[in-house]
Design a protein. Structure first.
Length: 135
């Protein structure tokens, strides 16, 4: 944003207001693919589930939360760089009790998170997953 000392207040104020501050936190909705890919779980099993890919973030997220609601089940996918890059998947039933959860091995899997975007698993094909990525 270009503002010079000789600009009027009416010019300076919007320019100063346009300066980006704070951490980035974009949100969106992205579809999962119709074909599944292998994701290595931390317990040694391979899980074949559907990827969700988001691109052009412009930063590497430290935390990503994705959700998809399908009837009485809420699918929650969480990526955390603070936890060594783990990807936690939890399937929650109508009562809110975890019906199933497991951790994806982030270092040995199809998933990725980088400055261009991310590819994370979603247990449902062709689902629209809501996501938020935190810088």
């Amino acid at each position: 944003v270009t503002t010079v000392a000789s600009d009027t207040f009416a010019t300076m104020a919007p320019n100063i207001n346009a300066i980006s501050t704070g951490r980035k936190m974009p949100t969106g909705t992205a579809p999962s693919a119709s074909g599944y890919v292998p994701f290595a779980r931390a317990d040694g099993y391979i899980t074949y589930i559907f990827p969700v890919e988001v691109s052009m973030l412009g930063f590497t997220p430290s935390l990503i939360r994705m959700t998809h609601v399908n009837g009485n089940v809420t699918y929650t996918i969480t990526y955390s760089a603070y936890e060594g890059g783990t990807i936690m998947i939890a399937l929650l039933g109508i009562s809110g009790v975890t019906n199933e959860s497991y951790t994806i091995n982030a270092s040995n899997t199809s998933a990725y998170v980088n400055g261009n975007g991310f590819l994370l698993p979603c247990p449902v094909n062709l689902a629209h997953c809501s996501w938020v990525a935190y810088e």
